[in-house]
Ligand binder design. Structure first.
Ligand SMILES: [Zn+2]
Length: 460
């Protein structure tokens, strides 16, 4: 997936970065630290080679302005990040972890499994808890979640705060051209899968494969899409890079600083409607009972203020806000994802269209609260062949970047590329797997055929 003369070195470094990000649930590694670590491990020559190879952003120097880059990304690392929940609590409220009954959010069920491992800080642990969206498999029936889609366009601002103009073209990047393809995708439309005798949605096919041997045959977890009013997110100059279309219009893609992006996506205060998420909450477009998608046009995020530390294409999390009398003062949790549409050709073949959205939606179903209580959704440490070392139930992260990471699914006459994901049994270190066909991955059951070695904290 990385085109370079020293892919081994690159693989090692890309391994290094996401690890630190995922484990701490926040972005801490600075570019300087990464280079320092690398420099200690490798000779100066290799360090320089690495800097040259990874710096596809060298194009920057040739472009007209520092932040305009060539419309190619094929050598960029791409992935997803674990994103800690954000939000606000009632002032003065004791900082207690709300219990499942004390929160106002989507319908879910909890379970546990037993396997020897070590907990987040290295203590031996045998019992692990998870919370999964939907109704209980053994009870059966269909749970249908509202799945509001909030399209978000970008305004790239100039120094004076106005929308920037480059050669007569406004740097406004509209998400409009990508909306219908998303609505028509297998995330929301039905297709045939081996885990269901009736056509169903992609994420339901995954859940059914996972619980194939314990579910009632009529068990389904479905998403009811609804298109909501479009929003706009503006990014100040200095916090983005952009590539223009051949005709000079905006844009082929945009790279945005993940911190600036996140700060402008989430509400800065409870009841604030100035950001896309805040506005959608205040308008009732997204609620605590739905799984919301904030859909962006080829908007990829870079870490550590460095565009060469690119690209995050999606994350799932929830926004929490204080309860009120209407919900018995329970904490409100808005389960949501940011997902970028990925136009074909920007990355390698197969990594396109709804790859990011499928990754985030399946993760939201399997771990809607991203391990935020430090108990549910936390698993024994695992190490994937893609180098990701984590201790959470992030079903997409196990497979991102592996060969055959995506699968082709056709709906409404178009071939889409959702991502294969790991099944619960893989996190349970269960052998043989009780999933459909003894699988650890789905829909492509041969992407993961073996378990992770058992690992210590941070796989050290
Ligand atoms: Zn993920």
């Amino acid at each position: 997936m990385i085109h370079s003369t020293d892919s081994r070195l690159l693989a090692e470094l890309t391994k290094l970065l996401p690890n630190k990000i995922c484990k701490s649930l926040r972005i801490q590694v600075t570019w300087f630290e990464a280079v320092t670590v690398l420099g200690k491990r490798r000779g100066l020559f290799q360090l320089l080679l690495f800097l040259m190879v990874w710096a596809w952003g060298a194009n920057v120097a040739l472009a007209q302005s520092r932040d305009q880059i060539a419309p190619t990304l094929s050598s960029a690392h791409r992935g997803f990040t674990v994103f800690a929940p954000r939000g606000h609590s009632n002032a003065g409220a004791a900082p207690i972890q709300p219990t499942a009954s004390g929160i106002d959010s989507i319908k879910s069920f909890s379970g546990d499994f037993r396997v020897s491992g070590v907990g987040p800080t290295g203590n031996p642990q045998r019992k692990w808890l998870y919370t999964i969206a939907g109704g209980r498999p053994e009870v059966g029936g269909t749970t249908t979640f509202d799945a509001p889609i909030v399209p978000v366009s970008l305004d790239l601002l100039d120094y004076d705060g106005s929308v920037r103009v480059v050669h007569g073209h406004k740097l406004h990047y509209s998400v409009e051209p990508f909306i219908s393809a998303v609505v028509n995708s297998p995330i929301f439309q039905h297709a045939d899968y081996t885990s269901s005798d009736v056509p169903t949605q992609f994420s339901d096919s995954v859940q059914r494969a996972e619980f194939y041997n314990t579910m009632q045959s009529d068990w389904h977890t479905l998403l009811k899409p609804s298109l909501k009013p479009a929003r706009t997110l503006s990014i100040p100059r200095g916090a983005y890079y952009f590539a223009l279309n051949d005709d000079g219009s905006c844009c082929a893609f945009v790279l945005a600083d993940i911190d600036v992006f996140s700060n402008r996506l989430f509400p800065p205060a409870a009841n604030d409607a100035s950001t896309p998420i805040g506005a959608a909450e205040q308008a009732g477009d997204v609620t605590t009972k739905g799984i919301a998608t904030f859909l962006f046009p080829n908007t990829y995020l870079y870490l550590n203020r460095n565009p060469n530390n690119c690209c995050v294409l999606g994350f799932h999390t929830y926004d929490f806000e204080p309860g009120d009398a209407s919900n018995g003062f329970r904490e409100k949790r808005y389960v949501l994802n940011y997902s970028s549409w990925i136009s074909p050709g920007l990355f390698g073949p197969g990594f396109e269209d709804v790859t990011a959205l499928s990754h985030e939606i399946t993760e939201s179903l399997n771990d809607p609260f991203v391990g935020s209580d430090g108990i549910h959704g936390i698993t024994p440490w695992w190490l994937s062949q893609n180098g990701n070392c984590q201790n959470d139930l992030e079903v997409g992260d196990v497979i991102e970047g592996l060969p055959d990471a995506t699968v082709t699914v056709k709906t409404r006459g178009r071939a889409y590329h959702p991502q294969n994901v790991a099944l619960l049994q893989w996190f349970q270190f269960q052998s043989p797997s009780t999933a459909l066909g003894g699988a650890y991955s789905y829909p492509n059951q041969s992407v993961l055929t073996s378990l992770s070695p058992s690992e210590g904290v941070n796989c050290k």
